[in-house]
Design a protein. Structure first.
Length: 108
């Protein structure tokens, strides 16, 4: 018997979702509903007044950042295993709070 392993791209409706957790000095972001290859290889985060900051994988699809970005609109760059770079500018509005979930819409 021969087993063949292959990856099948999946289609997800709606945009990528970002759930914010943590505190002002330690952000933990749950990223889901990516679609396509589905594997997230890297994530960058950007506040209104910062440049792009690389996030580290905490566990599974949880990504962390130790930069204070409270009170700013937040943008994301998501690098996937199938070579795509999804960029969502101002995915999270300026008046966000921990525990909220946001949906990114502007991808390139």
């Amino acid at each position: 018997m021969v087993f063949v392993e292959c990856r099948v791209s999946c289609y997800k409706s709606g945009g990528v979702r970002f759930q914010l957790n943590g505190n002002p000095y330690f952000m933990m972001i749950l990223i889901y509903n990516v679609g396509g290859g589905g594997d997230i290889r890297a994530v960058n985060i950007k506040g209104q007044y910062t440049g792009w900051i690389g996030m580290t994988r905490n566990w599974g699809v949880m990504w962390t950042c130790r930069t204070k970005i409270t009170g700013q609109a937040i943008s994301f760059q998501i690098f996937t295993s199938d070579g795509r770079v999804l960029t969502s500018y101002n995915a999270i509005g300026r008046n966000w709070q921990f525990g909220q979930t946001w949906e990114g819409a502007q991808f390139r």
